[in-house]
Design a protein around this ligand. Structure first.
Ligand SMILES: Nc1ncnc2c1ncn2[C@@H]1O[C@H](COP(=O)(O)OP(=O)(O)OP(=O)(O)O)[C@@H](O)[C@H]1O
Ligand SMILES: [Mg+2]
Length: 291
């Protein structure tokens, strides 16, 4: 039985408030958060999230995994899912050239040409060395190290995306080799910029072993893990019969509710990336190893 006083309080809370907000015209309507959560559009993966949840809009999510584990394809698949919903996506590549990435999307029959034509997608290749040089120049000009702004170093001025992929932090980090403190400053500024502009982002990070095993990745800046809101891991799975497969795990997602499990995934030539939420890989099982 809900007490009378509680019922009264609930009624009061639910009652629409009179006042400035309700009187505003549509022109000066207050900006209401449009969406709280976004989904990747990769069906099997989106079922990881409990009902009503997803990737919090504006989150910074690390996409980690070993070489060839499917990091780029996972991000391109998400770009496909978001562009299909009319979201604007920017793919910043420090590794593969634009035409190769476009080629991958065409290969999987994702409408990359249509997305680009409609102004929903921009794929741009950057040189990590140019970035580290520009940061160095900005730092020496600013003298006080924390004063630099990263947006002139990286982001196109004429495109305001809802979603950004950076492929990869590993490539950027290698260009800062020997100047780890500069890389750290740059990362902090980058996260701050993305947060300030409320841009949901996937940051690819190549790791030689999955991060939850406890390895630290000093060369890529330890700051990155705790600056991020989420971590998605792609694994190379080696079965004892010699078959290699891919698996995926959603390890961390601040502000969301999701299932913790590692499941099989598959990149099918000409078709795309598929995640099988019921094919769970059990830790400690003798049949396979995760790398
Ligand atoms: N265009 C394509 N056609 C067919 N298969 C592809 C294509 N692109 C990727 N794949 C498959 O997906 C796998 C994973 O590729 P992906 O480039 O996403 O890995 P990655 O984790 O980004 O690798 P890297 O660490 O080298 O950047 C490849 O090994 C390949 O089998
Ligand atoms: Mg890649």
């Amino acid at each position: 039985m809900v007490k009378k006083s509680v019922k009264k309080a609930i009624k009061k809370v639910n009652k629409p408030k009179k006042g400035k907000l309700t009187k505003k015209t549509s022109k000066d309507k207050p900006k209401v958060e449009k969406e709280i959560f976004i989904k990747t559009g990769i069906e099997g993966f989106d079922t990881f999230f409990d009902k009503g949840y997803g990737i919090p809009s504006g989150a910074s999510v690390l996409i980690e995994g070993g070489p060839g584990s499917g990091k780029t394809v996972f991000c391109l698949a998400t770009v496909n899912g978001l562009c299909k919903l009319g979201k604007k996506c920017l793919y910043m590549s420090f590794e593969e050239p634009e035409d190769r990435l476009i080629g991958h999307m065409q290969h999987f029959k994702w409408d990359v040409d249509g997305f680009i034509k409609k102004g929903l997608l921009r794929i741009k290749r950057f040189d990590a060395i140019d970035v580290s040089r520009s940061v160095e120049a900005l730092l020496s000009a600013a003298k006080k190290e924390l004063l630099i702004e990263v947006d002139p170093v990286l982001f196109p001025k004429d495109f305001s995306p809802d979603f950004i992929v950076i492929d990869s932090l590993t490539s950027i980090a290698s260009a800062f080799s020997g100047h780890e403190s500069r890389f750290r400053i740059y990362m902090e500024q980058l996260f701050r910029y993305l947060e300030k502009n409320k841009i949901t982002n996937f940051l690819i990070r190549e790791v030689s072993a999955p991060s939850h095993i406890g390895t630290t990745f000093k060369e890529q800046g330890d700051a990155v893990s705790f600056l991020s809101d989420g971590i998605i891991i792609l694994y190379n799975v080696i079965y004892n019969d010699g078959i290699r497969k891919v698996a995926i795990e959603l390890l961390k997602m601040r502000g969301s509710s999701f299932k913790k499990k590692i499941v099989e995934a598959e990149i099918i030539s000409g078709k795309g990336l598929f995640v099988y939420p019921d094919k769970i890989l059990k830790r400690g099982h003798d049949d396979f190893q995760l790398t």
